[in-house]
Design a protein around this ligand. Structure first.
Ligand SMILES: [Zn+2]
Length: 378
């Protein structure tokens, strides 16, 4: 997820927020100020509710951050580097660089978040007990304790990508020593959990709370979707093990010379090719960018004799150039865009992997991995 707003670094970890997180902070302030606080501490001036709501909502946001930071700091201590923390509509996401090395480390990293939420709930309750004399503060703290308690419990539900799913994964991995099998079970559990939440959300909508039900269903839908794609990415990774980029790329691709005019390139190559995107090469045959049919079409007909391919190409980020002998897993981290990788050998372009290729490669790899797993399980 791409953060809309960079909030700086906490303990060296870049922290950002997606715009949907800001929406939630505002929404929670409104709910607290108009419903929760006036109901639980009635009879006070309306401004007082708003002030308390305006303070409590960001504190809640900070407690979400504390949950994610706990994951991040424990991960870093276990030798896993942390890429970033992003807060969004449904909480936070901590992204790691690389793999967790052992089930023990995974267990510790996964438990750190819910444990922190539980701790925040406990502290909020203790402070609330001390602030009994100030009803609005007491209500705000009890609300904070309740949400953090719910967060701790909800996150421990046993399905990936929830923390409980990671705990399940770590335990299975530890018990049977087979990481891939644990991947599959945790992903499947996440999908089932998501489906169950969607069903519960529908019932909730029909029976008592349309808004709450929609929310539950939304969380379920997100959960089952990300469990599915995580499972797919996992099995793709294991299916690509031992393969090189050469074995998954499309070779013999048509190339676009950077110095050629758009019109000449269209006539000699683009109109006869089955490709919709081309690697652009310089005089030495080295890749410098990519150009799509759409970009060629965007050049007005009367200018196609003068505009060169180099003027309309997309430059190629360093990570998108792979060597033919590199591990095939590299094509999965190409990011968005039409071209996942341009493949070189001896400084010259020998192949390409498009976004459509990546989708095919992932499915093939998943097929290969599960074919292996079937043999294994039998
Ligand atoms: Zn968590």
């Amino acid at each position: 997820m791409n953060p809309t707003l960079r909030l700086g670094r906490v303990a060296g970890v870049p922290v950002g927020a997606h715009w949907s997180a800001l929406l939630i902070v505002a929404l929670i302030a409104v709910i607290l100020g108009t419903a929760v606080l006036p109901v639980s501490a009635p009879g006070l001036a309306p401004q007082l509710y708003w002030v308390a709501a305006a303070v409590t909502s960001p504190v809640f946001f900070a407690s979400l951050l504390a949950h994610e930071l706990a994951h991040a700091l424990v991960a870093r201590r276990a030798g896993v580097s942390v890429k970033s923390i992003t807060l969004w509509l449904l909480g936070g996401v901590t992204e790691f660089d690389g793999e967790v090395g052992s089930p023990r480390a995974e267990l510790r990293i996964s438990l750190a978040g819910p444990a922190t939420s539980a701790l925040v709930a406990g502290v909020a309750l203790a402070v609330a007990a001390a602030a009994r004399g100030v009803p609005v503060v007491w209500s705000a703290l009890v609300w904070l304790a309740t949400v953090n308690g719910v967060l701790a419990v909800f996150n421990m539900l046993p399905g990936a990508p929830l923390d409980g799913g990671r705990v399940l994964h770590a335990v299975l991995w530890w018990r049977c020593g087979d990481r891939e099998r644990a991947d599959r079970v945790a992903a499947r559990a996440g999908q089932s959990l998501g489906m169950a939440l969607i069903a519960a959300g529908v019932v909730q909508t029909l029976v008592w709370s349309p808004m709450g039900g929609l929310w539950t269903a939304l969380v379920g839908w997100f959960l089952s979707g990300s469990a599915r794609s995580e499972g797919l990415a996992r099995s793709a990774q294991s299916g690509l093990e031992g393969l090189s980029v050469r074995e998954v790329m499309t070779s013999g691709v048509d190339q676009a010379p950077a110095w050629l005019e758009v019109g000449a390139f269209a006539e000699t190559v683009a109109l006869r090719s089955a490709q919709s995107v081309f690697p652009v090469v310089d005089f030495s045959g080295a890749p410098v960018g990519t150009v799509s049919l759409a970009a060629l079409c965007a050049v007005p007909a009367e200018r196609r004799g003068e505009v060169r391919v180099s003027q309309i190409m997309r430059p190629l980020p360093a990570g998108r150039v792979l060597q033919a002998q590199d591990p095939a897993v590299g094509v999965l981290s190409g990011g968005g865009g039409e071209v996942a990788a341009v493949v070189c050998e001896g400084g010259r372009v020998v192949g390409m992997v498009t976004a459509a290729d990546v989708a095919r490669i992932m499915l093939q790899a998943s097929l290969r991995a599960t074919a292996g797993a079937q043999r294994h399980d039998a």
